[in-house]
Design a protein around this ligand. Structure first.
Ligand code: ZN
Length: 563
């Protein structure tokens, strides 16, 4: 069955509610755990239908943000989300109080119940209206960003389309393309400020209504974090400042040498004088190369990727009206994932393809988990599969980059490690924002500037006014859409680096561990999943130092001028 043949319909929350009431009644009146499981299976069908249709509506809207019908369906699913949350909450309460809970824990593990506890802590019907309002604001942001039409050197581009000019070999083009980019943000600055302002105060209000002092613990509960709190994260960020920031500064010095420039500005984002390596070939050729790669990597990835192609579960190329970025979504009813991206001719096309394929392979591998809650892990764990896949596929990079392969690998590693301080900066910023919900848009921007000095001390925007005044974070979708979803990438990166090292030592064992992790899906918490995959926790003292020093050793062994 192809994506286009999937059934799509609107779910009616009123009908769902009455079905769930019936199920709750049945569940509470059973005489044994076997019967309770049967009632659980009934809810599984209901929620899996809901998730599937909501996911289709969301995907179709991202595919074409200007399509009226897609807009309407997406709005519908956003609108019913709070009602569905309320229904799910009642079901969670029933499960937690169930008389055979111990037996169910023996079957499904504790994690499911821990997640249900967090569900109780992160939602209450009294914040229904606010959740609806939050969804509307998030979509307003999406529409502004996706609707960008930027004039540049005689042509019109959206943000993804403008991307390749940011890494052009010609410094003038790079700078002017950033000027064009930021003039778009400048023009929309008031709206972007206002949307964020409303989102922050709305989230703060919801937190107060649920009995929290600010949004931070609510945000953590919504992310399903059961293993660590904001203090652990703050300690981890300090480790990044201590260990990674100095290393990135050394890479910065090295880059000056490679580019032959005595000072680097923000727009000098390339790593080679001739420009960064680009994938060779059309989008179709890239997909064929990926197909060959996954067939050779393992039987599991081979059949998985062929299925993705045959069932038309990929939308990879940038076009007007399409939302930027890349993501992987899934349709539990059909047990299939979907990959969405915006190829624009840069090296990012390949990393986004391997990254999202990592997500998709994970969720596909976990499709036989007994609960839909176990198909995906929490996000910091979910990014391990994707970020590791970017490295696991290194031996096939020649198929994409030909003579530039070694350049690509070096660049990929530099980008991956340089990302850590930026990721920590975004995270620190968000903690500050929600600790200071009264701050004005200007105060937020100046705080961002302050944090940049800690995490990105060598960044120099030259005379690019918008980022200079601290506005650059407004292009970071996560800050608007999924608060606190960012440190996850850095935690996962530390794990992906460990996989990189494991694959260098013994590919067969490393693949076994990776595949085991994929199949485990979301059946355990982050730290428990790390144990399954034989990985060390980034929160453990010393782990980050060791991992990063191994990466540095590899980076120093590359003779950059010869590759
Ligand atoms: Zn990802």
């Amino acid at each position: 069955m192809k994506y286009a043949d999937y059934n799509y319909e609107r779910i009616d929350p009123v009908q769902v509610k009455s079905k769930i009431i019936e199920i709750i009644d049945g569940f509470n009146n059973t005489k044994n755990v076997k019967q309770q499981k049967k009632w659980m299976d009934k809810t599984k069908v209901i929620f899996s239908d809901y998730e599937t249709y909501a996911s289709i509506a969301h995907l179709n809207f991202n595919k074409d943000t200007k399509d009226n019908n897609a807009n309407k369906e997406n709005d519908y699913y956003d609108k019913i989300e709070p009602s569905m949350k309320e229904i799910s909450l009642n079901w969670a309460k029933t499960l937690l109080k169930g008389k055979f809970r111990k037996d169910l824990e023996n079957i499904y593990g504790n994690h499911f119940f821990n997640l249900k506890e967090l569900e109780l802590k992160s939602f209450d019907p009294k914040i229904k209206k606010q959740v609806e309002e939050e969804n509307k604001l998030k979509n307003e942001y999406t529409k502004i960003i996706a609707g960008a039409r930027i004039e540049f050197e005689g042509n019109t581009y959206n943000l993804s389309g403008l991307g390749p000019f940011h890494t052009d070999a010609d410094r003038g083009i790079r700078k002017r393309s950033y000027e064009a980019r930021f003039s778009f943000f400048e023009k929309n600055s008031e709206d972007l400020d206002l949307i964020y302002d409303k989102l922050v105060s709305l989230r703060h209000k919801m937190a107060l209504q649920l009995g929290y002092t600010n949004y931070i613990p609510l945000g953590y509960a919504q992310m399903g974090r059961t293993d660590y709190n904001h203090m652990d994260v703050a300690g981890y960020r300090d480790q990044i400042v201590e260990n990674v920031v100095p290393l990135v500064s050394r890479l910065h010095e090295q880059k000056k040498e490679i580019l032959g420039l005595d000072h680097l500005y923000f727009y000098d984002g390339i790593n080679y004088k001739e420009g960064d390596p680009k994938p060779k070939g059309t989008p179709d050729e890239l997909v064929s190369a990926a197909q060959k790669m996954y067939e050779e990597l393992s039987p599991e990835t081979g059949s998985f990727f062929n299925m993705m192609i045959n069932e038309e579960l990929l939308d990879l190329v940038n076009r007007e009206g399409k939302m930027g970025g890349g993501f992987c979504t899934a349709f539990p009813k059909y047990k299939r994932p979907y990959i969405f991206s915006n190829f624009n001719g840069t090296d990012h096309d390949v990393t986004v393809l391997t990254h999202e394929a990592g997500h998709a392979f994970q969720v596909y591998s976990a499709r036989n988990q007994p609960l839909i809650e176990y198909y995906w892990p929490t996000l910091e764990a979910a990014e391990i599969h994707s970020m590791s896949m970017e490295f696991i596929t290194w031996p096939w990079m020649e198929n994409f980059f030909k003579e530039d392969t070694e350049r690509f690998k070096y660049l990929h590693m530099v980008k991956s490690i340089s990302f850590l301080p930026y990721g920590a900066c975004v995270d620190h910023f968000q903690h500050w924002v929600y600790e200071n919900p009264e701050a004005s848009p200007n105060e937020r921007k100046s705080k961002w500037g302050e944090l940049e000095k800690i995490y990105l001390p060598l960044r120099d925007y030259d005379d690019l006014d918008f980022p200079k005044r601290g506005g650059i974070w407004q292009s970071q979708l996560h800050i608007y859409q999924i608060p606190f979803y960012y440190i996850d990438y850095t935690l996962a990166q530390i794990c992906a680096f460990q996989f990189w090292s494991k694959f260098n030592q013994d590919r067969a064992t490393a693949w076994k561990d990776y595949h085991k992790l994929c199949k485990a899906g979301g059946s355990c918490s982050f730290i428990e999943l790390l144990k399954i995959a034989d990985l060390k926790s980034p929160f453990e003292p010393g782990v980050l130092t060791n991992v990063v020093s191994e990466i540095w050793e590899w980076l120093s062994s590359v003779d950059v001028k010869k590759i």
